[in-house]
Design a protein around this ligand. Structure first.
Ligand SMILES: [Mg+2]
Ligand SMILES: [Zn+2]
Length: 207
């Protein structure tokens, strides 16, 4: 897990913990190209920047939580993942959108790189990345939202008591056809733009 350098400001207004949007990366923000191992393969969906900006305007911090087992499999380095997140940040900033922090899990039990080849608390649907973000940024997971293209993203949302949204981009359309027993999303929508609208709408209806 890492926090973006220079981030980590406390988002609490007074003593209240803030809600946030925890966003999956591959298949949700950007095209899922398998194991992303080159910046030349990064492709934002056309609506991603606008959706994140809309969440920013709604005063919801956006935090990326992503499983990157390619590190454990020796396909790319932590430094490359950090570089990728800096690149995403530059692209977002150029359009006035902001991700508060990026967390990734580098582990996998069947990894080939010894230091990462283990079970862990941070690999989704484990809650380690969200718990870390909550501590770092003063967030309340139970008032938050998790958005992703896999049921493990939805499961993560359920585990932390957040509302969970499955998007049909990436693996989402295939995932939608094969729901695991006992796992239901609060919403299944076409893409991140629709997820952002659903989230913002649910905040308004809660007031
Ligand atoms: Mg994904
Ligand atoms: Zn991990």
């Amino acid at each position: 897990m890492t926090l973006r350098p220079g981030s980590g400001r406390d988002l609490r207004p007074g003593s209240e913990l803030a809600p946030a949007v925890f966003l999956d990366r591959d298949g949700t923000m950007i095209d899922d190209v398998g194991y992303l191992d080159s910046l030349s393969r990064v492709a934002f969906y056309p609506w991603t920047v606008d959706a994140i900006r809309a969440l920013n305007r709604a005063a919801l911090p956006v935090v990326v939580v992503t499983n990157q087992s390619g590190i454990a499999r020796g396909l790319f380095s932590e430094a490359f993942v950090d570089e990728t997140h800096r690149y995403l940040d530059e692209r977002l900033a150029a359009a006035g959108a902001r991700v508060e922090a990026y967390y990734y899990c580098p582990h996998h039990p069947k990894g080939t790189v010894a230091q990462y080849a283990r079970g862990c608390e941070c690999r989704k649907p484990g809650r380690g990345m969200i718990d870390q973000a909550a501590r770092d940024l003063g967030l309340d997971p139970a008032r938050s939202f998790v958005v992703g293209d896999k049921w493990l993203d939805v499961q993560l949302g359920l585990v932390v008591g957040a509302r969970a949204i499955l998007v049909r981009t990436g693996m989402g359309a295939a995932e939608e056809r094969q729901p695991p027993d006992g796992v239901a999303a609060d919403a299944v929508v076409d893409n991140l733009a629709a997820a952002a609208s659903w989230i913002i709408g649910s905040l308004k209806s809660a007031v």
